[in-house]
Design a protein around this ligand. Structure first.
Ligand SMILES: [Zn+2]
Ligand SMILES: [Zn+2]
Length: 129
């Protein structure tokens, strides 16, 4: 539980709910794993069985693909073995292309184009999940 952010377009009907801004820093590894889509969990489970996981990072991040689709994904990165890393794929759920992560998404929302009307009219508002 916590509060997420709703991203809305002021120019059209587009809106998505996100978990951006939710504090997940205290989540244990198992809980982070369960936040991932089922198909993403498998690789991490196998890795954890075969390798020693030194540390992990988990957060919700916003991505935009080359076709301007916006999507939010839980991102899990583990550091294992001799400083090797393994992380989640960031494929767009709409067109399957790779999305690029929006750094500081909540601060840079003004610079993003709406996936629907392509106008830079996106705004965020806090939302209790
Ligand atoms: Zn896309
Ligand atoms: Zn729009």
């Amino acid at each position: 539980m916590g509060s997420g952010q709703e991203i809305q377009c002021e120019n059209c009907f587009y809106s998505i709910d996100t978990r951006l801004g939710v504090d997940v820093t205290h989540f244990p590894f198992d809980v982070c794993l369960k936040c991932l889509p089922r198909q993403d969990q498998h690789g991490f489970k196998e890795l954890a069985q075969q390798q020693t996981i030194h540390r992990f990072e988990f957060s919700y991040e916003l991505f935009q693909c080359t076709k301007h689709h916006l999507f939010e994904k839980p991102v899990l990165t583990v550091i294992y073995g001799e400083d090797q890393t393994f992380t989640t794929f960031n494929r767009c759920p709409y067109c399957r292309s790779i999305g690029s992560r929006i750094e500081k998404a909540l601060d840079s929302i003004d610079a993003l184009s709406c996936p629907f009307c392509k106008k830079k009219k996106l705004r965020t508002s806090q939302k209790i999940l």
